[in-house]
Design a protein around this ligand. Structure first.
Ligand SMILES: Nc1ncnc2c1ncn2[C@@H]1O[C@H](COP(=O)(O)OP(=O)(O)OP(=O)(O)O)[C@@H](O)[C@H]1O
Ligand SMILES: [Mg+2]
Length: 367
């Protein structure tokens, strides 16, 4: 496919050049031929630029800037970029802007590229006159951008490899719209570099597609509920149940407040036996465990949570004063999935919870 796409523009350029060299042509003919060459060279240049970019991005050679950006600005710029294509194909684009800023730390140019690529695909893979939707909302500690269409849809098999380099659906004669098959690979990599995650959904061929990107919000700069508001779950989207266990009351309360400010449900326990009882009675999705607990220490608590069927598949995060390799290994062996050194960086915790909220762990999927 790649060779085919790259060679395609060469044929008209070659023919035009040969004809220019033969006989006498009037000015209008020369002008038209020049226009063909220009159009094809531009197309080719675009592809070469994309290929160079994908090579840089996938080899980790791009530097991501980290500025505070309102995602609504990103969306507006992406829409502006793709609008000509949307109009040419007579699609309707529904875009409901979020009413408050959603601030992420990232690279404006690259985030616009992410959203523009998804919109571009939606416009390409939807028959003319379709409906495209761009949505943005807050889900716990992350912002979610969703691009959906009512176009040709994707098979399960295509969804499974869509983010791989050069992955494309079988090309039928009526679908000459495809590009090089690199857009989504770049998008995935750029989202990763921003600490986010991306997922593709489709009910199947002909049923439209939906791509959701989650990016961690910068804590304290988003539209988090004010302190006195009850820690209610955001009205939309799945949330996580988090349990914080630390015998140091202040440390436990502070960590819990942080988790709550991200928009998740949180329970706080100061004693590991009480925590175990509470966890078995009403399991949480994520446990943030101090290690130096009296009686049952954090490692033992983790082992018991792993051993009980109610909590075996939960995400266990060790929150410790030590970050030596040996401490990390002990934590892993006790069943912890992640290891944070105190004081926990809000951005890192927000990013982790954001990720867990997008892809809730399936039983048995622990790696
Ligand atoms: N919104 C969508 N609806 C249906 N299929 C899609 C959609 N987005 C992507 N795909 C499928 O996933 C494949 C990979 O997409 P990707 O953006 O990586 O490449 P491309 O669009 O073919 O080329 P490029 O983006 O490099 O110009 C597409 O070829 C198409 O088969
Ligand atoms: Mg594409």
């Amino acid at each position: 496919m790649l060779a085919h796409e790259l060679r395609n523009p060469l044929a008209p350029i070659m023919v035009a050049a040969e004809l220019l060299g033969t006989g006498v042509h009037d000015a209008e003919w020369v002008q038209r031929t020049g226009a063909v060459i220009l159009r094809q060279v531009r197309h080719l240049t675009g592809m070469v630029d994309d290929l160079l970019d994908v090579s840089r991005v996938t080899r980790g050679l791009v530097l991501i800037e980290h500025e505070m950006i309102d995602l609504r600005t990103i969306l507006a710029q992406a829409v502006e970029q793709v609008n000509p294509l949307i109009e040419t194909r007579r699609h309707r684009l529904e875009y409901t802007a979020h009413d408050a800023p959603l601030i992420v730390s990232g690279d404006t140019k690259r985030l616009v590229q992410v959203v523009a690529n998804l919109l571009n695909n939606a416009a390409k893979y939807t028959p003319p006159g379709g409906l495209l939707r761009l949505e943005i909302r807050r889900v716990g500690s992350c912002a979610e951008v969703a691009v959906s269409d009512n176009g040709i849809g994707m098979s399960r098999e295509l969804i499974a490899r869509a983010f791989e380099l050069f992955a494309q659906a079988e090309r039928t004669a009526d679908r000459a719209r495809g590009g090089l098959g690199i857009g989504l690979a770049v998008v995935k990599r750029l989202v990763d570099l921003h600490g986010g995650s991306i997922a593709a959904h489709s009910e199947g061929p002909g049923q439209g597609s939906r791509f959701t990107v989650r990016l961690p919000l910068v804590a304290g700069m988003d539209d988090a509920p004010p302190e006195d508001a009850p820690a209610k779950a955001p009205a939309d989207g799945p949330v996580l149940d988090v349990m914080v266990v630390d015998d140091n009351h202040d440390a436990a309360e502070m960590l819990s407040m942080m988790v709550e400010s991200f928009g998740y449900r949180v329970r706080t326990e100061f004693d590991s036996n009480a925590a175990l009882g509470a966890a078995l009675a009403s399991p949480a999705d994520v446990y943030l465990l101090d290690i130096g607990l009296p009686e049952l220490d954090g490692y033992e608590l983790a082992r018991r949570l792993r051993a009980a069927p109610e909590t075996a598949h939960a995400t266990l995060v060790a929150v410790t004063g030590y970050g030596r390799e040996q401490d990390r290994r002990t934590a892993r062996e006790a069943g912890f999935d992640f290891h944070f050194v105190k004081p926990v960086a809000p951005a890192a915790l927000a990013a982790l919870l954001c990720d867990l909220a997008q892809a809730p762990r399936q039983p048995g999927s622990r790696g």
